[in-house]
Design a protein around this ligand. Structure first.
Ligand SMILES: NC(=O)C1=CN([C@@H]2O[C@H](COP(=O)(O)OP(=O)(O)OC[C@H]3O[C@@H](n4cnc5c(N)ncnc54)[C@H](O)[C@@H]3O)[C@@H](O)[C@H]2O)C=CC1
Ligand SMILES: O=C(O)C(=O)COP(=O)(O)O
Length: 529
């Protein structure tokens, strides 16, 4: 008998098939502390959660029988994915079931702040008939900026069109074709910040999206704009928002999610008359809760019974014989993806992977997933993994082309990843060198030899005497230690590339100084985390 623990409130109707399964016993026990969960988790094969239960490494360690964690919803930021993967626990989610519901909540929040509905309600039920304080604005003809045009953002944009709004969308994976299909304008984050009357965010929380709207962004916003966050706390800097409201830049804000949930009783949002809040209700409708619960229940049963399943967030199903041959390349593949995506500009159109040497002889499909994950993860963060990376690329109309060849340029194995975007085409090649481990051996047309680790600084320059000295001096003056250095060039006196491995992050100002140094054409930092 498989034992399943449901530790957050999940729709009974949705988990009915789990409860009816003859080989499954379901226990509902919600609101437990970490210690309480640690005490009981050892008897369970599966854990079903929403966003409330924080599934920590301690809980997983105690969950010696745990095979699957089912997230009845989208965001898996409450589950330590790395710890789950390390322990071989499959994490699954239900990414589609609450899209419309969350979109509708964001829309409700937008209308509520446009017309001061919660504030007017407060007064009216107290017997105060105040019609003066609540002059609203129409949505019609207003510009709505949508940051994050994935499932939810795209649905918000569709509905905003019906309200006669002008929509500017931004998403690193948004192409002109998709924008045209949706009938919206594609803009940069800066366009949205400067032009929008309303901004709504629908991104995951990643290092890149954390505080993507903060002090400097509020400075250049249209006075009187309004802002909505039904995605993840932390995408908008909460304290900077309060200041922007106090200064009259922002007229109203609506938040469903917070940097810390629940927010502390003295959180400044809770006493600000221009901010309305809901307690992470985005996905809370009968329909969405049934959808996501049905979805995870189906998958949990499959996993427990050893049958095929979809939407695993963290684990690729790879046969053992294939795994033995290609596993050593997984990390290199992912790093090549990370490297080439940081090198490129603009929405990705195509990822071309060429396997040569001994890799041309084996099934490399699972390895390609790692490369695609590397490419996508800069923008999708923990939402992309080796199981869903191909699917996420497909829904973004990114073509994946895999080629095999026997031209190895002298290496026993070689992986070449070319990224085509709307703006450029960049190439990175890497190999596993016996005794030396992972090496990047080509960047665009330049041969190099560098380990893909830590912080790399790429400097494109003219092949003239003194270049190494000027770069070294500039970094030295800024207290940046160089660990290794490589210069690659095609012809003497032509263009060349310098690849420096440095001990810490290179500040933006130093990159700017490098770019303005004579004979230097480009400078870029590549980070492997
Ligand atoms: N309030 C709530 O109860 C709910 C919140 N959510 C949250 O809403 C968010 C969106 O969910 P979905 O649309 O289902 O996810 P999704 O993965 O379909 O879309 C997210 C989009 O954000 C984009 N993105 C990543 N970095 C970006 C950046 N720097 N700038 C602009 N766009 C960027 C990605 O390319 C992706 O297309 C997630 O954070 C999810 O956890 C989802 C459901 C319910
Ligand atoms: O699905 C998501 O990402 C959500 O944020 C919904 O969270 P919840 O299931 O309502 O706790």
């Amino acid at each position: 008998m498989f034992k399943v623990l449901v530790s957050d409130p999940i729709s009974d109707f949705g988990i009915q098939q789990l409860m009816d399964a003859p080989d499954v016993q379901v226990d509902k026990n919600t609101g437990l502390s970490e210690d309480e969960l640690v005490a009981i988790i050892g008897q369970y094969d599966a854990l079903l959660v929403r966003s409330q239960t924080k599934v920590t490494p301690r809980i997983m360690e105690a969950g010696t029988k745990l095979r699957v964690i089912g997230r009845a919803g989208v965001g898996v930021d409450n589950i330590d994915l790395q710890a789950a993967t390390q322990r071989g626990i499959i994490v699954i989610n239900a990414p589609d079931g609450n899209t419309i519901t969350t979109c509708e909540h964001a829309f409700a929040m937008m209308m509520a702040i446009a017309r001061h509905i919660p504030q007017a309600y407060e007064k009216t039920i107290k017997g105060i008939w105040d019609r003066k304080s609540f002059l609203g604005v129409e949505l019609r003809n207003k510009t709505l900026g949508v940051l994050g045009m994935g499932r939810i953002g795209s649905e918000v944009a569709k509905r905003a069109k019906a309200f006669g709004m002008n929509i500017i969308g931004y998403d690193p994976f948004m192409t002109d074709e998709r924008a045209d299909k949706l009938g919206i304008k594609l803009g940069s984050v800066d366009d949205i910040i400067r032009q929008a009357d309303f901004i709504t965010v629908h991104t995951p929380l990643t290092p890149e999206t954390k505080h993507m709207i903060a002090g400097p962004q509020f400075e250049v916003m249209k006075p009187g704009m309004r802002i909505i966050n039904c995605a993840r706390g932390g995408v908008i800097d909460e304290l900077a928002l309060v200041e922007a409201i106090d200064r009259g830049i922002v007229a109203g804000a609506a938040f469903d999610v917070f940097e810390v949930e629940p927010p502390a009783p003295d959180h400044p949002f809770l006493s600000n008359p221009n901010i309305i809040v809901t307690p992470h209700l985005g996905a809370s409708t009968v329909e969405a809760q049934e959808n996501v619960a049905i979805d995870v229940s189906e998958q949990v049963i499959c996993i427990l019974r050893g049958q095929p399943f979809k939407n695993a967030v963290n684990m690729p199903p790879v046969p053992a014989d294939v795994l033995n041959k290609i596993q050593p390349y997984f990390d290199l593949g992912e790093k090549l993806g990370i490297f080439v995506s940081q090198l490129s500009k603009g929405p990705v159109v195509e990822i071309i992977v060429n396997y040569s040497g001994e890799l041309a002889e084996v099934d490399t499909q699972p390895l390609t997933r790692y490369i695609v994950k590397g490419v996508l993860q800069q923008h999708l963060g923990s939402n992309v993994n080796v199981v869903n990376s191909m699917h996420l690329a497909k829904v973004r109309d990114i073509n994946i082309l895999v080629q095999k060849s026997h031209v190895t340029k002298g290496f026993t194995n070689l992986i070449t990843v070319t990224l085509r975007t709307n703006e450029d085409e960049r190439l990175v090649a890497g190999t596993l060198l016996n005794g030396y481990g992972e090496r990047i051996v080509q960047i665009d047309k330049y041969p190099v030899d560098v380990a893909p680790e830590g912080h790399l600084l790429l400097v494109k320059h003219n092949d003239k005497p003194g270049m190494i000295g000027s770069v070294g001096t500039l970094l030295g003056n800024n207290d940046i230690n160089i660990a290794t250095m490589q210069v690659g060039r095609k012809i003497v006196g032509g263009s060349a590339i310098m690849v420096l491995s440095v001990d810490r992050a290179v500040p933006k100002e130093v990159i700017e100084q490098l770019k303005t140094t004579p004979q230097i054409n480009k400078a870029k930092e590549i980070v492997f985390q």
